[in-house]
Design a protein around this ligand. Structure first.
Ligand code: ARG
Length: 466
């Protein structure tokens, strides 16, 4: 960061008798992180300047000077030549001072009818809107990679768990499509959140509006906002939109963390259901045999970070009286870090899912243990007229017998099965197989391969349109 020639400070020096203490300058400056808003800041300033010219608040010549200066600044920033100054506190002062250095008085006129308060609120909304768009696209890609894997495994059988105990056989495709449901809701949430992000605070100025004859609709339209914020006090102080975004982000990370937990379990030697491609794993410095699912573990870990940001932002806002308070400057780092973390996680995850090797025989073997088709036998008895509670009891006794013999229900002979209920006939064995069990659940939302294929088709059509 460059030292600045101004003896006192940034854009408010006349009021002060002594310079800000060095440590305070560093403490209060946001330039080390808000420089990332620069392009949005320039877009906001250009929209504001064009509006001021259209409303005859500044001259046409001022506008063209501002446009010329901003073009230079944009080049300097993009080429890394722009000299950010800590003395100038934040991105807004940095850009404005450079503009004035480049074009003189026109640069000083830019701030007519606005304040850094509506300016920063505008910048953060533009940043969050771009983040919504990027995250939405990445969520579509992620779903596509889940659907592609599901499509290869519509018939692959895996145990379905409740309480982490084998419950019923399900198809692996069905299991994967459960995550597609989650990410589809996440996508909806981001799109919905964008609507409230996309409103323009510009023109609220410091808090009460401005005495100049401004046209707020014009700047809103120029910046692609759907509408203007309708109360100036709310416009400068509202950060709900960022909190909504962080909530949606937290849910996405929560879903990815749940999936990661499954991947970690499935890759353990005990389960041995899958193998994750080497490029997502690391070894151990001491144990040569190790291959650790680091990415999945880190995703589970990074949830904590994103949820922490959500807690930070709600806590930041809860004690603030209207309107803008310097506290608000603390909104940026949690927001930026959430976007960075989420973006990287979504990109890596889509690739990692694509690189999973499925060990179908291990999955099937695990589904054969734990009497996963017991409910199918109970349902069979019900179809033969036995009330469900009685059939439940019959099957519980059959499971106990099979368990003590160390065999599965399907290994019991017809004669043995008949001792638990005499309505059992030869046709019982069809419903005791894993394939019979899953195929029988063919209603909407069920695990049957035919149904899963239907759902995959629907998801593909939806994802193509998004
Ligand atoms: N850097 C400040 C922020 O991020 C910009 C707004 C400053 N406004 C003020 N009244 N001090 O919030």
């Amino acid at each position: 960061m460059q030292a600045n020639s101004s003896p006192v400070g940034g854009g408010w020096s006349g009021r002060f008798d002594e310079p800000v203490a060095e440590i305070v300058k560093r403490y209060t400056a946001s330039i080390p992180f808000d420089y990332r808003l620069a392009e949005h800041d320039i877009a906001g300033s250009l929209a504001h300047a064009r509006m001021l010219a259209a409303c005859n608040v500044i001259a046409a010549q001022d506008l063209s000077d501002i446009e010329r200066g901003m073009a230079t600044i944009l080049d300097e920033i993009r080429s890394g030549k722009f000299e950010w100054s800590l003395d100038l506190e934040d991105v807004h002062f940095n850009v404005e001072k450079r503009l004035t250095a480049l074009v003189g008085d026109a640069g000083k006129r830019l701030h007519t009818g606005r304040s850094r308060n509506d300016q920063v609120a505008t910048d953060v909304r533009l940043y969050t809107r771009a983040a919504c768009d990027e995250i939405a696209t990445l969520l579509v890609n992620l779903q596509k990679s889940f659907v592609a894997l599901a499509e290869q495994h519509t018939d692959t059988i895996i145990p379905g768990f409740t309480h982490l105990q084998v419950a019923m056989p399900v198809t692996f495709g069905h299991h994967l499509m459960a995550y597609v449901e989650m990410f589809a809701r996440d996508h909806e949430r981001i799109i919905d959140c964008r609507k409230r992000v996309n409103r323009s605070p510009l023109g609220a100025a410091a808090l009460a509006g401005t005495t100049f004859p401004i046209d707020r609709e014009m700047t809103a339209k120029a910046l692609g906002f759907d509408a203007v914020c309708r109360n100036s006090l709310d416009a400068v102080s509202d950060r709900d939109f960022a909190i909504e975004f962080l909530s949606a982000a937290t849910l996405i990370m929560m879903h990815l963390s749940r999936m990661s937990e499954e991947l970690i379990l499935w890759m353990s030697t005990r389960f041995g259901f899958i193998d994750i491609a080497d490029r997502f794993c690391t070894g151990s410095s001491i144990m040569p045999q190790k291959k650790n699912p680091d990415v999945a573990e880190l995703v589970r870990g990074k949830f904590a970070r994103v949820q922490g940001h959500l807690v930070a932002l709600t806590t930041l806002m809860k004690g603030q009286p209207l309107t803008y308070n310097k506290d608000n400057q603390e909104d940026k780092e949690p927001l930026f870090d959430t976007v960075d973390t989420l973006t990287q996680t979504l990109i890596i995850y889509a690739d990692m899912i694509g690189g999973i090797r499925v060990k179908a025989e291990r999955m099937r073997a695990a589904a054969s243990e734990g009497f996963a088709t017991a409910t199918d036998l109970a349902d069979y008895l019900v179809r033969k007229g036995v009330p469900f509670r009685d059939s439940h009891e019959c099957v519980a006794r059959a499971v106990k017998a099979a368990e003590s013999k160390g065999v599965d229900l399907s290994d019991l002979s017809l004669a043995e099965l008949k001792t638990f209920s005499n309505v059992i006939e030869d046709d019982v064995f069809a419903c005791l197989t894993l394939e019979g069990s899953v195929a029988a659940r063919a209603h909407v939302g069920g695990t049957a391969p035919a149904r899963v294929r239907e759902e995959i088709k629907l998801a593909k059509t939806r994802l193509q349109a998004q």
